[in-house]
Ligand binder design. Sequence first.
Ligand SMILES: [Zn+2]
Ligand SMILES: [Zn+2]
Length: 335
Amino acid sequence: MPALIEPTDRGLYCAAGDFYIDPWRPVERALITHAHADHARAGHGHYWAEASGVALLRHRLGANIAISGVAYGEALTFGETTVSFHPAGHVLGSSQIRVSDGHETWVASGDYKRDHDPTCADFEVVPCDTFITEATFALPVYRWAPCAEVAAEIVAWWADNAAAGRTTVVFCYSLGKAQRLLAEIGRLTSGMAYLHGALVPLTRLYREAGVEMLASCPVSECPKEHDFSQDLVLAPPSAAGSRWMRRFGEHRTGFASGWMRIRGNRRRRGYDRGFVLSDHADWPGLIDTIAATGARRVLATHGRTDVLVNFLRQRGIDAAPLATDYADGPEAAES
Ligand SMILES: [Zn+2]
Ligand SMILES: [Zn+2]
């Protein structure tokens, strides 16, 4: 009997339901876990995604895509399967996708994290027989401090820079991380963050979804004579070292990412500060989640699958790597 979900050259395919999950080549029916570029690609016939992520997908893939918004927990029928979306805690609208054919249940987690994030629904443990897990940070060295602590570090650094008359520039991924920072910093201080253009529409969509965040203003709307020396600026990593940075004069740069856990990554890329903050599960988060699902079988993708698979096998869990086209590594454009 074929597996309920199998890798193909177009993506993860469920033959019993005739649909794909996060396919990387054009297909008729695409169930999408979230709006990051490596999971949500253009060119599919029809899309399904959790309702709060639909506006993000339309923004990225085109206003005219055929897409159905699904509520978390709502049961859909595809062929011989029942499908439902469950919170993954990764970014707004991010989902794990549960597929059952009445005999066995699979969950494809997409990207996920276990820490609370004020910008999206908390991860839900979904019991299953086979769990497809990401493995982006599957090394024991990756352990995250609470986001509120990291936000407090950023606010303190911003105050030091402002006192010295230097602009504070924090690089972060434009979908998810930027809004999480704005939400967490907004709980600690009032004031204003200035945004690179890449962050502006996505932040607006989060506000329209009712997510409370620090007030923000596009850098492009500031008058030419605006003095940024007391200000906090958020920008995507691609803006580092670009002409766009010149307007800030004296400034300090930081990068908010799980990859900053490794000091060499910060030094190599020339940031003044690294803030360890990820929207992916850390090592304990992966291990605890896999155990909590009760899965007999684990398929690992998206990162250090080798380490995770070996660890699980040593503990008697049937584990294997699953080849996909999803991005990983510190250079991945998880934008
Ligand atoms: Zn993602
Ligand atoms: Zn991803």
